[in-house]
Design a protein around this ligand. Structure first.
Ligand code: 5AD
Ligand code: SF4
Length: 443
């Protein structure tokens, strides 16, 4: 039997990167590759990188050095050197420099060029070292998606790429390029194809989905996707507060399968800091958008991102952030210490909050949020929740799914339930998940 070549993909960063990794995997599987957990024995190693903060970027550098030396020492002599690919935002940022910095890296490929991957890998195998970065007129996300190996219960579909907001701390507009929206018909086709193959939930993704500029705008796109026969659930992420409109909020009431879950980063609770971040809204305007959402989705869940220790952040500014977190009572909060990023406009502001103060503020904020979510999760004990079953739990001993509000629920159940909606009686509220007992199939 001929052995299939093996590939390993390591993904850092956000939902956009996870989506790109899936597309790279599909393309290479179509060329005969199979997925491997082990980077040291793979024939093709792809590292899909993130540069949004310094920490993930450092992790990328150390991961690359580790696997490059691991695979060099691992099976020396028994097989040829694997093809090393650096993809994603760090690839876009450093381009050809990566080839100089890391002699074992063969291919550096930016987010707009992913559709060229199979051909570029072939060229590398013939001895070339290649850098394929920069904006393309027909970027990868406008290319047809190959039919993949195994469709998940919940599948993401990209609706737009890049960002034009230029928040002063953020590298994304520089590495992901200008905002470009995908034609609605292509999005609906891709989502319909996934549902026909077994997906039950579609998550529309983009750096800022609310500013989708395709035909009819975002609220209409939601309506079109929600009408796909067989689609149980629809979600979207990420929302920018300044573009979250009433016509969008109304869809939470109008569209039955649109889940009551909104991810809308606020970044800071202080007007002064928000202005220096160039976010385009005030604290009061953010709170108005939250109220508007809750008007149409009264028990809707809300998640956000937030940065502490932005240049010039005083104790009072931080207190404003803490108060906002208390006021909104988020269901999910991703919080980060500010880290200066190359090329961003915040670089001209002194990074003047000492690291120990940033660390202390982050800890305080996370403790507050954890206590609040724990309380919220406890309040759900005794309720019945509709759960879309996604697969075995992370520990593998139970089944796992999510409520409409995106909370993870683990329960005892059969594997055959994967893909179905069930009603679960919640018995335990933990810090990051719920546990319950299945009552019946909901649909
Ligand atoms: N420093 C810290 N956090 C950042 N984020 C983006 N850029 C930075 C930075 N320079 C955070 C924001 C964003 C999330 C994806 O990462 O909160 O919403
Ligand atoms: Fe970055 Fe701001 Fe765009 Fe989000 S909206 S990707 S934080 S520039």
């Amino acid at each position: 039997m001929i052995e299939r070549p093996r590939m390993h993909i390591k993904t850092f960063g956000c939902q956009m990167n996870r989506y790109d990794s899936d597309r790279m995997l599909e393309m290479m599987v179509a060329r005969g590759y199979e997925l491997s957990d082990d980077p040291n024995t793979a024939d093709l190693v792809i590292v899909n990188t993130c540069s949004v903060r310094e920490k993930p970027e450092r992790k990328v550098q150390s991961f690359v050095s580790r696997i490059v030396s691991g695979s060099r020492h691992g099976e020396k002599g028994s097989r040829s050197k694997p093809v090393f690919v650096i993809a994603g935002c760090v690839a876009e940022q450093h381009g050809g420099e990566f080839l100089d910095m890391q002699p074992d890296v063969d291919l550096v490929i930016g987010p707009d060029h992913l559709h060229e991957l199979p051909d570029l890998v072939e060229r590398v195998k013939k001895g070339e070292r290649i850098s394929a970065v920069g904006e393309e007129t027909v970027p990868s996300f406008l290319q047809a998606r190959p039919s993949g190996p195994g469709v998940r219960v919940s599948e993401a579909v990209t609706i737009a790429k890049g960002c034009d907001n230029y928040c002063s701390y953020c590298i994304v507009p520089y590495v992901r390029g200008r905002e470009r929206s995908r034609p609605a018909v292509q999005i609906v086709d891709e989502a319909s194809g996934l549902v026909a193959l077994g997906a039950r939930e579609i998550v529309l993704i983009g750096q800022n989905v609310n500013s989708y500029s395709g035909e009819g705008g975002f609220p209409l796109l939601l309506e079109r996707v929600s009408r796909i026969p067989g689609l149980s659930r629809l979600r979207f992420t990420t929302s920018h507060p300044k573009d979250f409109s009433r016509s969008l909020a109304r869809q939470f009431k109008e569209l039955d399968n649109l889940c009551e879950w909104l991810h809308m980063p606020f970044q800071s609770g202080s007007d002064r800091v928000l202005e220096n971040m160039n976010r385009g809204y005030t604290r009061a305007q953010y709170l108005e958008k939250v109220a508007m959402y809750r008007e149409y989705a009264p028990n809707g869940a809300i998640g956000a991102d937030c940065i502490v220790g932005f240049p010039g952040e005083t104790h009072k500014d931080f207190e404003d952030t803490m108060k906002l977190v208390e006021e909104v009572c988020f269901d999910q909060l991703f919080s980060f210490k500010y880290s200066p990023r190359p090329g961003t406009s915040a670089l001209c502001l002194a990074d003047d909050v000492p690291m120990d103060v940033k660390t202390g503020r982050l800890k305080e904020l996370q403790e507050l949020h954890t206590a609040m979510t724990r309380r919220k999760n406890l309040e759900l004990v005794g309720t019945r929740q509709q759960v879309l079953v996604e697969g075995p739990s992370s520990r593998g001993d139970q089944m796992s799914g999510r409520t409409r509000s995106n909370k993870v629920v683990n329960f005892c159940g059969k594997e055959s339930l994967v893909g179905s909606l069930v009603l679960v009686h919640i018995e335990e509220g933990l810090a990051n998940s719920l546990r319950g007992r299945i009552e019946e199939s909901a649909a």
